[in-house]
Design a protein around this ligand. Sequence first.
Ligand SMILES: Nc1ncnc2c1ncn2[C@@H]1O[C@H](COP(=O)(O)OP(=O)(O)O)[C@@H](O)[C@H]1O
Ligand SMILES: CC(=O)N[C@@H](CCC(=O)OP(=O)(O)O)C(=O)O
Length: 300
Amino acid sequence: MTDTPTDPALVAHVLTEALPYIRRFQGKTIVVKFGGNAMVDDALKHSFARDIVLMKLVGFNPVVVHGGGPQIGKLLARIGKESRFIEGMRVTDDETMDVVEMVLGGLVNKEIVQLINGQGGRAVGLTGKDGGLIRARKLVLPRREGQSPDEDLDIGQVGEVAHVDASVVDMLDSGEFIPVIAPIGVGDDGRSYNINADLVAGKLAEVLKAEKLILLTNTPGLLDSEGRLLTGLDASRVQDLINDGTIHGGMLPKIRCALEAVERGVRSAHIIDGRVTHAVLLELFTDSGVGTLIRGSEPS
Ligand SMILES: Nc1ncnc2c1ncn2[C@@H]1O[C@H](COP(=O)(O)OP(=O)(O)O)[C@@H](O)[C@H]1O
Ligand SMILES: CC(=O)N[C@@H](CCC(=O)OP(=O)(O)O)C(=O)O
């Protein structure tokens, strides 16, 4: 929020500029993934919450999926446990899974719910267990070239999305509520699975037939090896960037889920800088948008 006096003519101009976008996205679902690395300070968190409330008030259906990797890492460190990632996925033993469930389903989820409610919205926090939203299956990482056959590919209680039953989200969306979803699923064995939040956001966007998938993170978007912003990428260009190591770590699940979402009907996916105030509104209400755009094929 700012206390700087604003020129009323400018306000009128901005509002009329927003009109075509408001019309375009009315009644449409927009899945917004709030990465743990984008939750850096209180002012940004508040601006994110205001953006979400504004979207709902003008008739969009925002669905929030959140991460919380750094927040999990902090609590693990406090109990003397180091975080280990393989291909952007946290190696999750039973003790780590308890911490993941506490941090994502508890602390982070309820903080975001409260932030949105504090801005006048009516957020409802869920994990993938609530209402049978997300069934998970154990994620098995594929063996990469050059990897020894002895190398352990078991990363513990890490899941991928096996099935989404979005009826609970639809019910909330059709009312005045804003779903806020923590990326935890339940397996056929009844156990909890830790799922990367990007994967959950991508899958939900697909199942909900979302107009847009917006992934908020801590970089301006996808960057090349010189740090320049890349946009308008197709699958083969992305594969080249993965092969040459330009895309690595936490960007891997992000880019993979964005590509899969647009290949499966989501109109566009955007990787944007959550450290910029009102990043979501800038993406939604400007022609050029911000960050990295990954567009699906036009409907025939
Ligand atoms: N090509 C790339 N462009 C931008 N960021 C990249 C790239 N490759 C790897 N990254 C890393 O991915 C990180 C974002 O993923 P992650 O840490 O999981 O964030 P989040 O918590 O938002 O999901 C960036 O901070 C950066 O370190
Ligand atoms: C399997 C796996 O890696 N799960 C993630 C879930 C949280 C997440 O995805 O958080 P960000 O979006 O902030 O990275 C984790 O444990 O960190």
